[in-house]
Ligand binder design. Sequence first.
Ligand code: ZN
Length: 229
Amino acid sequence: MCNVCLSRRGLFAVGMGAVAAASIASAQAQPARSAETPDAALARLMEGNARYVSGQLKERDFSANRAARTQGQAPFAAILGCADSRVAPELAFDQAPGELFIVRVAGNFVTPEGLGSLEFGAAVLGTKVIMVLGHTSCGAVNATVDALQKGNTLPGHIAGLVTAMKPGIEPIMKTTGPDLQQRAVVANVQANVRRLQTEKPILSEMVAAGKLRIVGAYYDLPTGKVIMV
Ligand SMILES: [Zn+2]
């Protein structure tokens, strides 16, 4: 069981509030990087992506610091990304274990559990930036566009993806322009960024206090480049 799993269970089991969460933070988070700002965290992400795109990844020994990581974690950024097997955030941003706090679901949209995870990452572990990361040729986005155009229903629980993504994508279905599917990718990212920015009480307050930035981007499959939207 991971630290987060144990802590979340603890939070719910005994009804802990912010004070208790802070005590968990002190027990879990490593002291390093406390001075990092949201802008610096975002720059660090994008610098990592530039290394990835140019094929100049940092050499890493993944076994190094394994034992030290049992003492806690202090990821500097959180990613809300798609489950797509072709978009791996640690690789795309050239980051080591312990650097990124990642929530993934097909279509990279906010779920209650994902929101709780991102709140935990920001308020307890100290992530300074949350990036909603879509990608080109997203099957979940394409399926939603298709369902909205044809009015069809997808089987099983896959239909739930469409239901969840519909509010963010539906408005651009009424607009004209090239590449509807890619415009839907961007619209979906932007809708989920807006949602996270306004979520009370944790995320919106951290954003207002300048402790957190919530941004949107998409990963371009052919190049590997992450493009802000
Ligand atoms: Zn996708």
